[in-house]
Design a protein around this ligand. Sequence first.
Ligand SMILES: [Zn+2]
Length: 48
Amino acid sequence: MKCIFCGGSTGKKDVIFHYEDDHKYLFVENVPAEVCNSCGGKTYSLYS
Ligand SMILES: [Zn+2]
């Protein structure tokens, strides 16, 4: 698929997903994501 940030090509990779807001902190290891080869931007499969 294409990177949503720069339009570059992405590859599948397991990454660490972390999310934070005022009251919550979420940390999940080995989350499958598409990682951009150009800018390193991550698109999580969780969102698709
Ligand atoms: Zn990119």
